[in-house]
Design a protein around this ligand. Sequence first.
Ligand SMILES: *[C@@H]1O[C@H](CO)[C@@H](O)[C@H](O)[C@H]1NC(C)=O
Ligand SMILES: *[C@@H]1O[C@H](CO)[C@@H](O)[C@H](O)[C@H]1NC(C)=O
Ligand SMILES: *[C@@H]1O[C@H](CO)[C@@H](O)[C@H](O)[C@H]1NC(C)=O
Ligand SMILES: *[C@@H]1O[C@H](CO)[C@@H](O)[C@H](O)[C@H]1NC(C)=O
Ligand SMILES: *[C@@H]1O[C@H](CO)[C@@H](O)[C@H](O)[C@H]1NC(C)=O
Ligand SMILES: *[C@@H]1O[C@H](CO)[C@@H](O)[C@H](O)[C@H]1NC(C)=O
Length: 404
Amino acid sequence: MTIFSFTLLIAFSLAITLTQTSLLRPEAEAKSGGFSIELIHPASKRSPASLSTELVPDLLGVYLINFSVGTPPKFQLAGADSGSDINWIQCEPCVQCYSQHLPIFNSLNSSTYKALPCNSSKCLGECHGSQCTYGTNYTDQSYSYGDLATEIFTFYSPQGFQEISFPDILFGCAHRSKLQNTDQMTTGIMGLGISPMSLVSQISPAFGKKFFYCFVPLAQLDVPSTLTFGENAWGSTGSVLFTPIHSNPSNSFYLLTLLGISVGDKRFDFFGNSSTISPEGNIAIDSGTTLTVLPTLLYNQVKTTISQAINVEPLVNENSTNICYKDLNAFDVPPVTMHFIAADVPLSKDNIIWPAGQGIWCLAFRPTENQPFYGNVAQTNFLVGYDLNKMIVSFKATDCTKMA
Ligand SMILES: *[C@@H]1O[C@H](CO)[C@@H](O)[C@H](O)[C@H]1NC(C)=O
Ligand SMILES: *[C@@H]1O[C@H](CO)[C@@H](O)[C@H](O)[C@H]1NC(C)=O
Ligand SMILES: *[C@@H]1O[C@H](CO)[C@@H](O)[C@H](O)[C@H]1NC(C)=O
Ligand SMILES: *[C@@H]1O[C@H](CO)[C@@H](O)[C@H](O)[C@H]1NC(C)=O
Ligand SMILES: *[C@@H]1O[C@H](CO)[C@@H](O)[C@H](O)[C@H]1NC(C)=O
Ligand SMILES: *[C@@H]1O[C@H](CO)[C@@H](O)[C@H](O)[C@H]1NC(C)=O
């Protein structure tokens, strides 16, 4: 997760959908995974094949899941982060918490909170007394430390028509946490990574190890985005591109292989200059990172070629490696294609530049000497699917403003 700080003066609406279709997996399978699904609303006797939520955008380029924790349920807004595994929310007592608008969760007030004891097989972290603890650092210097516990997580349907609850989700009750550039909407992080601790893995007995999201562009955050666990409910028209996921035991990222990037008719090969980046799985696709982070050389080639194609003088900011423009109506951003193995993903304007407010647009790429990331600006207006059984990521160009 790497949240890039920028301010957008954009209003947005908030909502949630739960798609309700055919069958649940066999009960035996659900039991073997240790999770059962409970449909709370009496009107819904059928079990869904997918769980679809509308995401609440925050102003920092993160898409937030609206759900509740505990009994009675307390609302949370957690960043949907395919670049990490641990689910956590801020909890009382706060040793060190960032400020948040929603009340901080108090486990003493929930009848379903169960602290994870050290002798549990799920305790992979450290121990303090008999309490199992966790700690996690993110690439942008954000972090979270606290107690591991299980709780009931509830997701909501549009206008509260339905709720779906998962009784024993393992999560971190954070007593010490920091988020870079938080706007105080976020109460935690929902890990959509590959390990058994992630939400995807924990609810996979019900929905399989598959999820999809469709993020609306930053310029249209007044329209909700969607996140769906389970089958893709949106039909099969249009062409879908598939590229393999390489897992690396040393981290929990979904690693893709980026062969190169084309700007117009110029193609630049991926050339990582860090020995830790192997040619296969050289870039992590991450819903929780805003900008696309490229090796310095590739970034410089892409930046220079894009800026040469743009007939507007960039704004001068001596403090920034970024490149920004004002009044872009008059220019055309050149076509950019991301060449993943087996998938040439064509980017459009909203994937290449992001609106910084007041008519200023900035390039949605930045350089790094470390781990490259395929960020969420580049993923907007694509239905992005993760299939952890087949170990593939899929991209389908989609108007995400029409999904919800
Ligand atoms: C979260 O969902 C609940 C239930 O639908 C709703 O009442 C609440 O306003 C939502 N919160 C946000 C921030 O969208
Ligand atoms: C939650 O628990 C704390 C500490 O036990 C208590 O002071 C507070 O009143 C409780 N809040 C609610 C809403 O029950
Ligand atoms: C863990 O320890 C507690 C207290 O010592 C004990 O009651 C419980 O049975 C143990 N559980 C496991 C899974 O060993
Ligand atoms: C996080 O980073 C800090 C500072 O570098 C380090 O002391 C700590 O051990 C790290 N924690 C984890 C869980 O990796
Ligand atoms: C990576 O490449 C860039 C551009 O060639 C260069 O400026 C930088 O020093 C290199 N870093 C390392 C660690 O080799
Ligand atoms: C660059 O940074 C300096 C020192 O932090 C600050 O005074 C200056 O206003 C910044 N310039 C721009 C254009 O942001």
